[in-house]
Unconditional design. Sequence first.
Lengths: 464, 608
Amino acid sequence: MGSYDNERPPQKNLFDEIDPQWAWSQWSPSGDDPWNRQRAAHLHRRAGFGASKADLDNSVAKGFEATIEQFFAAPPENDPLMRESEQLARTIVAARDPKQLASWWLRWMRFAPRPLIEKMTLFWHGHFATSADKVPDCELMYQQNQLLRNHALGDFAKLAHGIAKDPAMLLYLDSAYNRKAHPNENFARELVELFCMGEGNYTEKDVQELARCFTGWEIRRNRFRFNPYQHDDGLKSIFGSNAIRSGEEAIDLVLQQPAVPRFLVAKLFKFFVADEPAPPPELLEPLTKRLIDDRLNVKGVVEQIIMSRLMFDPRIIGRKIRSPIELAIGTLKALEATTNFRFLADSIQLLGQNVFYPPSVKGWDGGRAWINSSTMVGRANLVYALMQNEATRFAGGSLEDWARKQGASDVASFIDVVVSQCMAVAPPNAGLENILRQAKDWRGNAAWTKIIGVLAALPEMQLG
Amino acid sequence: MRIRTSSVFVCSGIWLLTFVTCFGRAMGQVPGMDSKAAELLPDTTIAYVEMAPLSQVMDHPLVKHVMSSKPYKTLLRNPEVVKARGGLTLAEFALGDKVTSLLAKASERGSYLAVDAETQGVVMLMHAQDEATLNDVVTRVMNLARQQANNGSGPALKEGEYRSWKYVQSDQGVAAVMRDWLLLSNKAELAKKIVDAYLDGREANLQGNPRFTEANALVQNASASRTHQGPKHLAWAFIDIETVRRLGVAPQAFTGKADNPAAELLFGGLLAILKQTPFLSSEWTMSERSFSLSWLSPHDPSWAGAEREFFFGPNGEGEAKPLFTTSQPILSASIYRNISEMWLRAGDLFNQEVNDQISQAESGLTTLFSGRDFGEDILGAIGPELRLVVGKQDFDDSGPHPAVRLPQFAIVAQLRDPKTMQKELRRIFQSLIGFLNVVGAMNGQPPLDLDSEKESGVTYTMATYAVDADASYTDPLPIQFNFSPCLGFKDDMVILSSTVGLAKELAAADLSALDHQQHASAQSSGVVADQAKKNTILEVHSAALKAVLLENRQQIIAGNMISKGQTEEQADQEFQSLLLIADLLKKVAIVLNVGSEVALQLTVEVQD
């Protein structure tokens, strides 16, 4: 007799029946499917961390394409917000506490005028995971963060070359001293397995030969240095090529492998479109081709994903589980709030997403890994604690003031405002009516805080 | 019989209190007409504050000086303050007079605040010069309150009657005018009691409480002893501790064992007094450039018991040494505390949890101090007179600086057996530096170089962080570079300092001059009898504190931006407000005098 699972009919993969050409062609608003606040909110959630009602109204007024353009525009030069944030980062780096750096970054995610760049920087931080637990040097961690930010929507090849010589990365992978007598395989292995190609696309021999290429690559006084005396200058045989000598040549060779664009596109799909199920390779083929055509420059592919019909398909809305950062920053943005970012960094850490401290070289698994019985309670508690924190201000005032400005005069209208601002999909009416019954006599600031806390415990609040 | 019109009024947003008033009652001579406030208040009153007329406070040279100072005027330009003052100006326009002027008129013969245990209510009584003046004030306020109630911007008013007196009530409290007395209370029941006392007289009143009389006498004596050299008080207060204890309010403060060793070290003796004293009295005085708040209590050395002898010394005669200071002082403190005795009596003083922690710590510390018993041998080697000095430190302008510039600090104590202990402490210091180097190296921290020297009969053992030209420490330097730990010995005195410079500065101090200063200061304080001992002395100076704040401006602003989510502009504004306080204040001093009475005096000096 088969097990229960075996008796169930195999689940259909949502993406099996989707035509790749249709999926990645550009979505255009129409009478039946208009560009409205809901669509704009979806875009802001996926391409950023969420938005306030005013930002959404602004996006709707501007139109779909102009909004997309703004997401991909280069950061404004001499932007006072950016100057302020850079100055803040420099001050924190001078104090040499990486934990403060995490608070700084969360603050910047909340206020950055180009949220897509921060979202992509977060993506690369998980991709090229490096932890301050092992590299407690604040300056090196910030330096790496800036490297990821500078190439966030740029040339992956340049980013891969940069990360290969990044002091924080090499210290993290124990590659600060890589001598020809004992080649260190850590970086070589992660380069192919986690950074560029994925498992099954290389052999152990490839890793060993790659490791020989990186001998003589050292970190001295927190700077990359090539030590020719410790470099194995012989020819190496990698992926069938016998003409490789240097680390740079090795990286170029890795980047030429067909697995690289496939690997990156799959990760970007998971990050922007849906945690699961894994899409069939055919669905990703147009994106892979685009990435190859763009010589591994990721901006075009990210743009194609974000503007695609599939992205705005109703089946995709609310199909991602928000990471703790997306939940917290998204809620703050939706409520036009600012808070104690030190407290936020500490709280998010308890939910498993401590920026600058990823759990392993694999980064964060994401998706369903964010949710279990303990983190569900923790996530609701996080939102509630943020609302209660004495430093939290909503558009400069109290939550009650903010609710009044949004036109929420009673519990029912306040719930409507929060649901429409903070959730990708509305909870079932029965659930909301239940909250309404409980909260009918609640009044004032404490009541609004409590209502957000209760709503934060709903499954719909966890979706992005 | 004349018909008198009293007013009842409700105050809204502009006032902190909301009134209910009584009006329209036939009234002739009533027993309460010539009563003092304490005679109108019930005998269940547990706290009482008597304040001088507001006009006396507002006309005081200190208040005038503060209000004409630059920091105060700058504060008035703060957007939040401007906003609040805008609302106040509108209200004053409607009232036809300034709020301070109306309050001064209503309290021309004093104002009184009291807390009643029975009703758990708070009452404020204001005594005007005459009935007509008070009625004028009340009428103005009532007009505004009615207007606000009608347009919904103020609390709703509800009218009723008590003993044929009409009144108006809001959800925030009650108020009544009894001829030249204005009564405000958050509890109607308490207001009724006072009106009853005014109309019928009251035998059991606060004035009849012997502890109240004693407290008043204590304050009067302190005031009288200052007559020739200091100001009269502008307010005095009484707290009936015996009743508070009996009622079981804040039982943790009066019973049970401490759960915080640091709090016990600093305030343990005061808690012992609170457990025994029948009352506390307090007085507030102002001079040309300072104001003082003193808390006084009777004292019996036996109250502390053996377990708190560490705080007061044998027979309560422990005395703190004169304050040490530096060229750029931030904080100077001198205390009498026998820490060894406190440590060894931990079982009597602390709860089980703290005792477990102390046992654990003792085991680790004994290992660190090479097997010597920490409580008995190490702490026991140090005398009970401890001094702490915190001052701004200067950094060499030619070299790199730490990103965060911390003040330097030192602890100074006397050694009981200098000959033996100097050698022992030096060895422990060296071991500690070695230990810090091992731990630091594991965490990539810079190493400390050990050195020693003898200068003018003082021996120093010191450890410094060197800025190695070959190392990666560039400007700004890590926070560790604020420290160059130093252990100095001068006769029987031991100095443990965070920097070598401070240790040398303290070792060079003229001790006999300090003793002379302390004697002079004791004679001039005048709070308690001259034979009282100074148990604790603490001074905070604003000039160097401001300099340290300015040196760390960027870090403080960054901290606010992160922890309060502020913009740089908002964080800077908050920082500027902090500087304004430093600009306004010159020095804050706290002194605990112990004799037949105990007096805890807080004095705040403002800048000239």
